[in-house]
Write a protein that binds this ligand. Structure first.
Ligand SMILES: [Zn+2]
Length: 476
């Protein structure tokens, strides 16, 4: 009990956590939603020790150890910790290093793991290991480091690729520097892409990301790209003029106008056959394509945005997005966003696997943690059941990583990454926002601790930014 309390105090004082093991935790009389697809199991007791679920069962049958911290879970719902599978945490001068903002926002929203799809490698490597060691508060991180992009990258935290040789060299270099996987961006040339894909396979690295502009989605899927983000290449692949689109300019309007249901069926069947994961980042697709239509001037979350995001990065990104948008009027873009929801359901029904990702915090007003709950809501709006939506952020990430034996559901022996909810998310997916407590690697944070975490973010966001640093573009 005493050590548990000490951990909470350390958190309140400075966003680091005590490395001492927390006390045993017993959540009693709770409804467990294990995310396997089974209905909620009522009146369960879950025992957590040393970061693991060491026991669970009917409350009448499972006895809490005498020294356990007891949490009454009656009327509440316990789900696995959530993953955001598409984030950027430290993104050159767009998102300067700020562990007092981005990491606690994830945790306070029940996000216990993130797949970082492009960030400054030196910082995220340190975060990855400090979080794993329990000395920094944050979600577990699986990281890409710099993203492979064209010779002149569009974003910070990028590695330029001009040709096949450079594609291989960058992959080898990133492997040596300790990345977990390879992230592809839109401007990688064809030869660079296929060389990087081949080298990644040789090096035993998963490669994921955009389908580059010059590559077909079918080719990326057949080359073994494990996940496709933002449906890149998908609507071009459904177009009657795909050959023309991979050579020249693309637009949403053309995608809408030349959409061919038969080509769509064939592409969806291929994605299902190859089990190419889709991370549509629906929340940012809406945010991006309808950026001039969604009024964010009264966004209550703005208090959590540091000056670098709200005064510099987001306005700059909005301007950049708008300059390419004059060819597609708003109704066409609204139609496209609707087609993305329909594509989600069609692929899902065909057996294509899905992951929840948001593109926070690069996406304008896409706040760490909060946005993941919006993404789950959009999956339901697309036609998934609340359970199926929940799975995109729990059991599916574990399947994607090949770590299902260790995480992804609520079961004995698994990592104790858990979220305790005040209401049933299977009745209404919005109930994933009603967070009573978070268990992060076995550490228990009650509502008061989570609120202190959020207050800490608000205080940190009111500070001036640390001096801007040069964008981290890796030279080959
Ligand atoms: Zn991204």
């Amino acid at each position: 009990m005493r050590r548990f309390f000490a951990a909470c105090m350390a958190l309140a004082s400075g966003f680091t956590v005590a490395s001492a093991a927390a006390a045993t935790l017993a959540i009693t009389h709770v409804n467990v939603i294990d995310a396997t697809g089974s209905p909620p199991q009522p009146d369960m007791t879950v025992i957590v020790q040393d970061g693991r679920i060491v026991d669970l069962g009917k409350s009448a049958a499972v006895r809490a150890p005498a020294d356990a911290v007891l949490v009454d879970g009656a009327g509440k719902y316990l789900i696995p910790g959530l993953w955001d599978m598409h984030v950027h945490t430290v993104f050159g001068d767009w998102l300067p290093r700020n562990e007092k903002i981005v990491l606690p926002l994830f945790v306070a929203n029940g996000i216990t793991g993130v797949r970082d799809m492009g960030s400054d490698l030196d910082v995220t490597k340190v975060w990855r290991s400090e979080i794993a060691a329990g000395t920094l508060l944050g979600p577990r991180m699986v990281i890409a480091g710099p993203m492979l992009d064209g010779p002149i990258p569009r974003f910070p935290s990028s590695a330029p690729v001009a040709d096949a040789a450079q594609g291989r060299a960058v992959v080898d270099d990133l492997k040596a520097r300790g990345v977990d996987f390879i992230k592809i961006q839109s401007l990688v040339p064809r030869d660079g892409y296929f060389a990087a894909a081949d080298e990644a396979k040789k090096q035993g690295l998963v490669f994921v990301g955009h389908v580059p502009d010059a590559v077909r989605a079918s080719e990326a899927s057949n080359a073994g790209q494990k996940s496709i983000e933002h449906f890149t290449g998908i609507f071009e692949g459904c177009s009657t003029i795909e050959d023309q689109l991979i050579k020249g300019p693309k637009s949403l309007g053309v995608n809408v106008k030349t959409f061919d249901p038969a080509r769509a069926r064939a592409l969806i069947a291929l994605m299902a056959k190859n089990q190419t994961w889709q991370v549509p980042t629906l929340v940012w697709e809406r945010g991006q394509w309808l950026v001039d239509d969604i009024d964010k001037s009264h966004d209550p979350l703005i208090k959590y945005a540091p000056p670098a995001w709200k005064d510099r990065t987001w306005p700059m990104f909005v301007k950049d997005i708008m300059k390419d948008m004059d060819t597609d009027p708003l109704p066409v873009r609204k139609r496209f966003v609707q087609m993305e929801l329909q594509m989600t359901l069609a692929m899902f029904r065909a057996g294509v696997p899905f992951l929840a990702g948001t593109d926070t915090a690069a996406g304008v007003h896409v706040f760490p943690g909060f946005s993941l709950h919006e993404e789950l809501g959009l999956f339901v709006r697309a036609g998934l059941t609340p359970m199926q939506a929940l799975q995109t952020a729990t059991i599916n990430p574990a399947k994607f990583f090949g770590t299902l034996a260790d995480e992804g559901t609520v079961a004995r022996g698994k990592r104790a990454d858990l979220v305790l909810l005040d209401a049933n998310p299977l009745d209404d997916i919005a109930n994933t926002k009603r967070i009573r407590a978070v268990v992060l690697a076995g550490r228990y944070f009650d509502r008061a601790a989570l609120d202190r975490m959020l207050q800490g973010v608000e205080v940190a966001a009111a500070q001036p930014d640390p001096p801007a640093r040069a964008a981290t573009t890796m030279s080959p």
